[in-house]
Design a binder for this molecule. Structure first.
Ligand code: NZQ
Ligand code: ZN
Length: 387
C-alpha cells in the first residue's frame, strides 16, 4: 500500500425528504445565491419549484444560470462567474447531474479569480479559492457531489479537460434518491456504467498489498451488479435508486483510491470521444473499458483473475490467471451490452477519421495510466479495438 493523505470535507444529507433542507443549508452559508441547473428536467418534475420555495422561505436573493448541457461548456461557466462577480454572490447552488455540479464548482472557483476560468484547465492558473458550493444531486453517476473534480468542455478548442483540486469539494451535498426517480432509462444506464468505470479505474492498479481497498471496490461492484437489473425493471424503485445513488458517491469520493495508484487512462481516452462527438460519458466508457482491459491484461493477470473470481463468481477450474481474467473481461462486456450500453464505436456512429488526433491529444501531457504507460500508439491501438 502507498502512503496517503485523506480528508473529505463534504457534509452529506442522504435520504427521502432531505431536499427540503436546501433553504436552511444555503442560508447558513450566505444570503445571495446563484441557482445553477440544466435543460429543464427539474422544471418538469417539480424540483425547481420546490427548491425555489425553500430558498424564498429563507428570504434569500436568487440569480439563475440555466441550460447547462451534458458535457458542460465553459461559456455557461463564464456566464455564472460574471453574475457572481457583478452581484457579490456568496453561494452557488447546483441542482442536477454531474454536468451541473461540475459547472457550479468552477463558477464558484472563478468567482474569486480575476482571469478567465478556462485558465484553470490549461494550467495557466491554479485554483486558489472559491465561494460556497451546495449541491442537490438528481442523477447517480459521477461522484461529483463528494469529490474534488470538475470536467468542462470548450467548443472552440474541441477540448474536454478536468480540474482536480481540493478547493472544489462542495460544502454540502443533498442526496435525495427521490430526485433520481425521473431519470430515464438510458441516462440511468450511463450513470451506472460511469460509477462502475470509476471503481475499475481504482481497482486495476499496479500497487501491491491493497486487500481492504480491493474488498471495498469489489463490494461496490457486486452491489451495482446486483441492483442494476432490479432498478432497470422498475425505474421508480426507491430502495434500488437509493442503493445505486450511494454506490455512485462511494465509487468516486477518493476513499477507495486511498493507498493505491489509480489508472484513469480509460477516462482520458473517453474524454476525447465525448469532446469530439458529444456522446454521453457513460456510453464512451462502456465501449473503451473492456478493450483497455484486454490491452493491459498481461501486465496484471492476477488482478483480472481475482476480479473474475470475486466479482463475477467465475470458478477457477484449473484455469490460468490469464484465462480466468479473460473470462472476467468478457463477462464485463456482456453485462454492459445486456443493460443497454453500447460496446462498439460503430453502435454510436463513430468512425476512425479522428483517431490519430484523439490519440495525440490524449497523450499530450505524457503517457496515460499506471497499469501500463500508454503512449500515442497504444491509445490508437485501443481506439482501433473499439471499432
Ligand atoms: O439537463 P437536464 O434537463 O437536467 O437533463 C439531464 C441531462 O440531459 C438529465 N437528468 C439529470 N437528472 C435528471 C435528468 N433527467 C430526468 N430526471 C432527472 N432527475 O440527464 C442528462 C445527463 O445529465 P449529466 O449531468 O450530463 O449526466 P452525468 O451526471 O452523467 O454527468 C456527466 C458529466 O460529468 C463528467 C462527464 O465527463 C460529463 O461531462 N464527469 C465528472 C466527474 C467528476 N466531477 O468527478 C467524473 C466523471 O468521470 C465524469 O468525467
Ligand atoms: Zn467517469
Amino acid at each position: 500500500m502507498k502512503n496517503f493523505e485523506y480528508c473529505n470535507p463534504v457534509q452529506v444529507f442522504f435520504g427521502k425528504g432531505e431536499t427540503d433542507r436546501v433553504g436552511e443549508v444555503c442560508a447558513r452559508l450566505g444570503k445571495k445565491v446563484l441557482f445553477v441547473y440544466g435543460g429543464g428536467s427539474i422544471k418538469r418534475n417539480g424540483l425547481y419549484a420546490r427548491v425555489m420555495e425553500r430558498l424564498r422561505e429563507q428570504n434569500l436573493t436568487v440569480w439563475e444560470v440555466s441550460g447547462i448541457q451534458p458535457n458542460p461548456r465553459i461559456d455557461k461557466v463564464r456566464e455564472g462567474v460574471k453574475l457572481c462577480k457583478d452581484h457579490g454572490i456568496e453561494v452557488v447552488l447546483a441542482v442536477g447531474g454531474g454536468s451541473v455540479l461540475d459547472s457550479a464548482k468552477i463558477i464558484a472557483a472563478g468567482a474569486t479569480y480575476s482571469g478567465d476560468p478556462w485558465d484553470f484547465f490549461i494550467d495557466k492558473a491554479p485554483v486558489t479559492g472559491r465561494i460556497k458550493i451546495v449541491t442537490v444531486l438528481t442523477l447517480a453517476a459521477t461522484g461529483s457531489e463528494m469529490n474534488h473534480n470538475a470536467v468542462i468542455s470548450n467548443d472552440e478548442t474541441k477540448e474536454k479537460l478536468a480540474v482536480v483540486d481540493a478547493h472544489i469539494y462542495p460544502d454540502v451535498s443533498i442526496l435525495d434518491p427521490e430526485n433520481t426517480l425521473t431519470v430515464p432509462r438510458d441516462q440511468t444506464v450511463n450513470g451506472i456504467v460511469d460509477m462502475t468505470a470509476h471503481v475499475f479505474e481504482q481497482y486495476f492498479h499496479p500497487t501491491p498489498e491493497t486487500p481492504l481497498q480491493d474488498r471495498l471496490s469489489e463490494g461496490i461492484l457486486q452491489t451495482i451488479i446486483e441492483y442494476t437489473p432490479r432498478l432497470l425493471s422498475n425505474l421508480e424503485d426507491y430502495d434500488a435508486r437509493a442503493t445505486i445513488m450511494w454506490c455512485g458517491t462511494l465509487a468516486l469520493n477518493h476513499l477507495i483510491e486511498a493507498g493505491v495508484e489509480g489508472d484513469w487512462a480509460t477516462h482520458r481516452i473517453e474524454h476525447e470521444l465525448s469532446a469530439f462527438y458529444d456522446i454521453p460519458h457513460g456510453a464512451g466508457l462502456a465501449i473503451v473499458f473492456p478493450q483497455w482491459m484486454q490491452y493491459v491484461l498481461d501486465v496484471i493477470p492476477h488482478k483480472f483473475a481475482q476480479f473474475a473470481e470475486r466479482v463475477w463468481k467465475i470458478p477457477r477450474n484449473g484455469r490460468s490467471d490469464r484465462e480466468l481474467g479473460l473470462l472476467g473481461i468478457e463477462a464485463t462486456k456482456k453485462w454492459f451490452s445486456q443493460i443497454g450500453a453500447p460496446v462498439t464505436l460503430r453502435e454510436v456512429g463513430i468512425g476512425e477519421e479522428h483517431f490519430p488526433v484523439m490519440a495525440e491529444r490524449a497523450t499530450k501531457k505524457g503517457p496515460l495510466g499506471s497499469v501500463k504507460k500508454l503512449y500515442k500508439d497504444d491509445v490508437l491501438a485501443i481506439l482501433r479495438m473499439c471499432r
